[in-house]
Ligand binder design. Structure first.
Ligand SMILES: *Cc1c(COP(=O)(O)O)cnc(C)c1O
Length: 463
């Protein structure tokens, strides 16, 4: 398999911010757009391997099912957590072996179980008795993982009210599975997405250990521990705290591995910080306050029916950053930010202190990769922003051993020199940036680029 998606190569010293400036100030771009930094995903994977070396990541596809993300993660060697027939199909389209997929939805539709059976995706979770009967009739040889409930005291998106058998009822459920002659191979949990209670992983791993022992008394020999998701993914967040708790608990409750394979289902961790969104202020309204002061309402071209659905569904909090640097030296006034649709609910931020912004200026939002695009709609005819994937040379070198990535994936043959040498491609059309041209001031920004082909690939000219 090869990558289907295009990546644009950047000079090593280029930042995501500079790319956003170039696109935004090209004079041709009006639509909101994303820049996806492939290097960010690669760095996350490095962090995972370093800090949780004993835990095999199964990327939770629902978090961001972009083909580009799945291809990069597959290249890096992660496995996958799918929750539906379509997610399984999408991952298998990449050539992923079914043994690297866990069907981690405790309540599955019959047609999806039949699909998994046909595809050979054997590992699947359950948390209730009727699910066991369903699996018994549709896929009796499935490898089952019991999902227990163990909630973080604080999480951005709690899941326990919907999924996970209460620990005190887990034993009886396993007895039922045993009497149905089903093959239960391990325990899973999900402490809640966006977990801010690292010690919960200790409690959950301890509860899982107890269930491993219970299962043995029933007659099962468990071999899989699945610690779910919940890991942070925003810029500046770190895996360190949770990793310390997880590694400590694994050493204590599963010393020397005990022949148990440990996996996790990170979603947010891998993608949140890789996506940066740029939105244009297309309209502006001045509001006179009672006390003689005034504030502004800014209308941007993406909202809660698009990328910012994360405000409603993912309980996200977003921070607008004015793209134009000079704007930050201005006096701050109160502003609210609104999406482009005609719905009053379509509000991106409440009152925030901002330099006064003008129509045609841009707000940038970081950490927009998790639980945003897959849920976005074109309600009211508003388009979903285009994603521009970029990678620098060192990132590509990390991916270069990957057979799925080849020269077709790069726009305008923008390959690094050392790859060029290997692939015998010419250096023409390579993208070079004049260091002088990186000023962020709109007025002084030159409207010509050393490589027009680069910017043509990115911008969406409006008629
Ligand atoms: C959503 C989900 C995940 C991913 O959770 P994150 O908090 O994004 O890491 C993992 N496993 C299951 C079963 C999920 O439903």
């Amino acid at each position: 398999m090869k990558f289907n998606e295009n990546i644009t190569l950047l000079e090593p010293e280029r930042s995501v911010w500079q790319v956003i400036e170039q696109i935004a100030y090209s004079g041709m771009q009006e639509e909101a757009f994303y820049v996806l930094d492939i290097g960010d995903i690669v760095r996350k994977h490095e962090e995972w391997k370093l800090k949780l070396p004993k835990v095999e990541p199964h990327y939770a596809v629902k978090c961001n099912d972009s083909m580009m993300v799945l291809e990069v993660l597959n290249s890096l060697g992660t496995s996958f957590d799918c929750a539906s027939k379509a997610e399984i199909a999408k991952v298998m389209q990449l050539g992923v072996d079914p043994s690297k997929i866990i069907f981690a939805n405790p309540v599955k539709q019959a047609s999806h179980i039949r699909y998994a059976a046909n595809a050979g995706v054997a590992t699947m979770t359950f948390d209730n008795e009727t699910e066991l009967h369903k699996i018994k009739s549709l896929y009796p040889s499935a490898k089952l993982v019991i999902r227990i409930r163990c909630d973080a005291t604080a999480a951005q998106c709690p899941l326990g009210m919907k999924f996970g058998v209460e620990v005190e009822n887990a034993f009886a459920l396993l007895e039922t599975a045993y009497s149905l002659e089903l093959d239960v191979i391990g325990v899973s949990f999900h402490v809640g997405s966006g977990c801010s209670d690292p010690p919960v992983f200790h409690r959950a791993i301890q509860a899982a250990r107890a269930l491993f022992d219970d299962a043995k008394r029933i007659g099962f020999e468990f071999t899989l521990l699945d610690i779910g998701g919940g890991f942070p993914g925003n810029k500046g967040s770190s895996l360190t705290k949770i990793a310390e708790v997880v590694n400590g608990a694994l050493d204590k409750f599963f010393p020397d591995g005990c022949g148990v394979k440990v996996i996790a289902e990170p979603g947010r961790f891998y993608v949140a910080s890789a996506y940066t969104l740029a939105t244009l202020i297309h309209s502006k309204r001045e509001v006179k306050n009672g006390d003689g002061t005034h504030s502004f309402m800014y209308y941007i071209n993406d909202g809660v029916y698009g990328s910012f659905n994360c405000l409603l569904y993912d309980h996200a909090v977003v921070t607008p950053i004015p793209l134009k640097e000079t704007a930050t030296t201005k006096k701050l006034t109160t502003g609210t930010i609104w999406g482009p649709t005609c719905d009053g609910l379509d509000q991106v931020t409440g009152p925030v202190m901002l330099p006064e912004m003008e129509i045609g200026e841009w707000f940038v939002f970081q950490n927009m990769g998790a639980y945003t695009l897959p849920v976005a709609s074109t309600f009211n005819g508003m388009p979903i922003p285009k994603v521009n994937a970029i990678a620098n040379e060192s990132t590509l070198l990390m991916l270069k051993d990957v057979p799925s990535l080849n020269e077709d994936n790069f726009k305008g043959n923008d390959m690094p020199n050392n790859l060029l040498a290997e692939l015998d491609l010419s250096e023409q059309n390579r993208y070079h940036v004049d260091q002088q041209s990186t000023s962020s001031s709109l007025a002084s920004f030159p409207m010509s680029f050393s490589s027009d082909s680069f910017i043509d690939d990115f911008v969406e000219p409006v008629n």
